[in-house]
Design a protein around this ligand. Structure first.
Ligand code: FAD
Length: 508
């Protein structure tokens, strides 16, 4: 059940919820910090076996798995209406060896995905987490389809691009993260989870050994509650919205000219900071998923489909500046390094057909940001780039498509027919979508210390855990973000349920 009121649970012997706006009692917080990790453990207002923090794909998968395994589970979400990175995404999830792939005649398995992860990250991705994700992502998709009727389909348009050697992107019919999120949210409610929105977790209570005892929540109306738990799953995503952390861990991006972040404002890295304060190791902290074609004025992405199918990107001087299809993530930095950090996406009617029905393109049309002209000269005038330069760029691209000249950036244009006829242009910039570094975990998504030993009862998933992208911005495999969110969420939920089940048996 989703509540926007007080959290439910097994009431302990504590003082009960305080009045809205009232500060925490002096006794509970004497000599301790007000946020972060607090080593002085209060008597909790309520107790639940498993607490999950963050209602994105990771937290919802964890909640579904914990409930499915029989554990009482409370999901706490800071926003009144959850709209994290999952809702902002296209909802594509890469996964290998799924039944949907087999039904579509696609041969794929965990080993092939693992190879692609390692190739994409140039061998820098953490081998342990990469194995865990590669082995479990296929079963995770099958589980969501079979057990919870999440309506995944196989997207057959992506094979062979940006590091996936086969078609393995799975998405919901509308191709929106919002639909994926909403169906998972409904499934979690139906599975019996307690979901409390407008509940910002600001403190984790833990003993000196790092055993989590509970959390403190500040509600949207200022009310404060303390909730005890036997296991805590952190699913608060990454730290893209925390400019200080970005500058510290990803200086290449944080200090880039025209630096932009386009993810959820809730990605402040709290989960990662709590884990670090509890002694957890972190990994791949300089890794991130960027995007080279964000329509900033509209707050909507420009779909990559027209680019992948032969479209190009030019700067304000009317010149191409990169191999646009080499790396969808690293293209963010390529674009940001152009004058004013701007790249115009240019395509013709044939490429437009590849995105005409996609939700983002429909939105861009409605917002009137798609510029159209009969030829390169007229388009240049419309978008205010030098006509001579744009005409020369289009003509050269046409010759490259015919195989007459090589692309100076190494792109193979001969896979698609040359640009022709009417041309369209969309003004974009590069942006950081979400960070890929996070807490190190073991094969059950339990958070570990530098020496590999697990913290007693702390789990991490999604953007809060170390991902499979290795180092930098070019190791990101498309749709790996939701893949790790769902896969690690499922593993964390199951392991947390097992842990609290064992603890209950021991107590009995
Ligand atoms: C525009 C865009 C497009 C993308 N497209 C794709 C795609 O197609 N495929 C793909 O795989 N990846 C994509 N990604 C990345 C993907 O969205 C993320 O990897 C994924 O959503 C992470 O899931 P999550 O559950 O970890 O985080 P989120 O979905 O962000 O959920 C985290 C939740 O935690 C909550 N929270 C944070 N702190 C607290 C706190 N202290 N207390 C309580 N709640 C808290 C937040 O409010 C949020 O709801 C995209 C990202 C962006 C920005």
């Amino acid at each position: 059940m989703v509540h926007c009121g007080a959290a439910r649970g097994h009431r302990g012997s504590g003082p009960g919820p305080r009045a809205p706006g009232a500060p925490p009692s002096d006794q509970q917080h004497e000599g301790s910090i007000m946020t972060g990790v607090d080593r002085s453990i209060p008597e909790f207002d309520i107790e639940v076996p498993v607490v999950v923090v963050g209602a994105g794909a990771a937290g919802l998968a964890a909640t579904l798995a914990a409930c499915d395994s029989g554990a009482g589970t409370l999901l706490l979400e800071r926003d009144v209406v959850p709209y994290g990175s999952t809702c902002m995404s296209q909802g594509n999830v890469c996964a290998a060896g799924t039944r949907l792939q087999r039904e579509n005649g696609i041969e794929d398995d965990a080993e092939a995905l693992y190879r692609d992860i390692m190739a994409r990250s140039k061998g820098t991705a953490d081998t342990g987490v990469s194995r865990t994700v590669a082995d479990n992502c296929g079963p995770a998709i099958d589980w969501l389809v079979d057990r919870f009727r999440i309506p995944f389909r196989l997207d057959l348009s992506w094979g062979g691009f940006f590091g996936h050697t086969v078609n393995r992107l799975h998405g919901v019919p509308s191709k929106t993260g919002k639909e994926l999120h909403d169906t998972m949210m409904r499934a979690a409610e139906a599975a019996g989870a307690d979901i409390v929105t407008g509940a910002h977790v600001d403190t984790v209570y833990a003993d000196a050994e790092g055993r989590v005892a509970g959390v403190r929540v500040t509600r949207a109306d200022g009310a404060v509650e303390t909730i005890g738990c036997k296991a805590l799953i952190l699913a608060t995503c990454g730290f893209g919205a925390n400019a200080g952390m970005v500058r510290r861990f990803i200086p290449s991006f944080g200090e880039a000219p025209y630096y932009k972040y386009f993810g959820h404002e809730g990605n402040e890295g709290e989960g990662i900071e709590w884990g670090m304060a509890l002694g957890a190791a972190v990994g791949s902290m300089d890794a991130f998923q960027g995007y080279g074609a964000l329509v900033e004025s509209a707050g909507v992405i420009c779909n990559y489909d027209p680019i992948m199918n032969g479209g190009i990107m030019v700067n304000l001087e009317g010149r191409r500046y990169s191999n646009e299809v080499k790396d969808i993530s690293a293209q963010s930095l390529n674009t940001l390094q152009q004058p004013e950090g701007i790249g115009w996406v240019i395509f013709d009617d044939a490429r437009r057909a590849t995105c005409e029905d996609l939700p983002e393109f429909r939105e861009l049309k409605a917002l009137n940001v798609v510029r159209t002209a009969g030829d390169a000269g007229a388009l240049a005038e419309l978008i205010k780039v030098p006509a001579e330069a744009l005409e020369a760029t289009i003509a050269e691209t046409q010759r490259m498509a015919k195989g007459e000249v090589p692309c100076p950036f190494g792109r193979d244009f001969t896979r698609n027919p040359p640009l022709s006829g009417r041309l369209h242009a969309i003004r974009t910039t590069g942006a950081l979508f979400h960070t890929q570094g996070g807490l190190k975990i073991d094969g059950t998504a339990r958070v570990v210390r530098e020496d590999g030993s697990p913290l007693p009862n702390l789990f991490a998933s999604g953007g809060t855990a170390e991902s499979i992208s290795g180092s930098g911005c070019d190791g990101y495999l498309p749709a790996a973000g939701l893949c790790t969110a769902i896969t690690l969420g499922m593993l964390a939920g199951r392991a947390a349920a097992e842990l609290v089940g064992d603890a209950a048996m021991a107590d009995a």
